[in-house]
Ligand binder design. Sequence first.
Ligand code: HEC
Ligand code: HEC
Length: 350
Amino acid sequence: MKTVRKSILTISTLFTFLILLTYCIVSCKKEITISGIELLAQEIPAGFPQPVYTFQDNPLSKEGFELGKKLFYDKKLSADNSISCGSCHEQKAGFGTFEHDLSHGINNSHTERNAPVLFNLAWSTSFHWDGEFTSFKEAAKQPILGHIEMGETFENINNKIKNDAEYKKLFKAVFNSEIMHPEYILKALAQFTGSLVSANSKYDKYKKGTVSFTTQEENGYQIFKAKCATCHPEPLFTDYSFRNIGLPVDHHLDDIGRMKVTGKTEDRLKFKVPTLRNTYISSNYMHDGRFGTLQQCINHYRTNVQASPSLDPLLTNGITLTNAQSDDLILFLRALTDSSFIQDPRFKTQ
Ligand code: HEC
Ligand code: HEC
């Protein structure tokens, strides 16, 4: 009797062990590649559509992300070692420039447009306010070489960082090369910027049913759906189209927007619809950062839309809102703030 019980026990232990072993092999296989780097799954929040960029040409890994992050915060990527990507794209402002209209580049220059926020970029169909670029790599290459932003060459960057042991280790692990080829630098930057996902605001929790809105937020949400959501649709709060919202032309900057890319007069003064996620903490606003508050943005739609041939037909008569509706709308927009994202230690500089 005793022996029978003992052998049943041994069999069941063996069985459990086998299950655990199989589980480990399956799950470890998913994460560890042959070269020993840890592959990461792309984060796709519930309710989001399929991303446009899926890291197909650039397998997302822990080491690739860490390399991208190190490059993102490294001032050696600029000619005078004073500016990093993170100087203009600050985490506390959703990776836009905190409370500035334009951003400072090397040699006391400043950019001609407001630095956009950087998150949920894997869903974006184009980059820059006029959609000049369609890939992450081009969007990262422009500021490195651009005389206003960082004004550096890849050759100099390579010379400056090639003896850094941490870089050597990461380049070797991710690209199996100790040569810091421009292509690898841009791919690693794409791994970091493409992994910045923000989807944990009060609005997201409300959608999941874990928190409720105040009466004013609920009211603001309804107004938003009626008056703003055509161009700023949920869940990304942009449709990535180019539109002219009738902002008075700044004759000093004289920015023609999308027309600069397409050459078509019908695209004059059209700019990419920005996301409104984290908008409360990412002032300044609009392509030139002309507004410092959400109130000013909303007042523009209410009272100051300028007529012109390319004005969006939705805005021919502006947007009518009472003061109380405008207040509620702002409270709704504030509920799009994802404070866990702007504090996420994974995205912080070391
Ligand atoms: C001097 C400030 C500055 C620096 C440095 C800078 N950027 Fe930017 N970034 C901007 C501005 C301004 C824009 C908008 C340009 C435009 O629309 O013409 C922008 C746009 C972008 C965009 C497009 C976002 C979108 O939604 O359209 C990406 C991606 C980006 N930057 C990544 C980077 C990376 C990566 C680096 C470092 C290699 C970097 N930036 C360095 C100011 C800067
Ligand atoms: C016809 C499309 C359209 C409609 C309708 C619309 N927007 Fe916009 N929105 C845009 C575009 C395009 C921009 C960028 C314009 C620019 O910089 O030239 C923008 C910019 C903004 C910005 C600035 C964001 C930033 O990061 O710079 C805010 C805030 C904003 N809109 C809120 C709203 C609200 C609130 C409503 C409804 C009352 C609304 N929008 C309706 C297209 C639209």
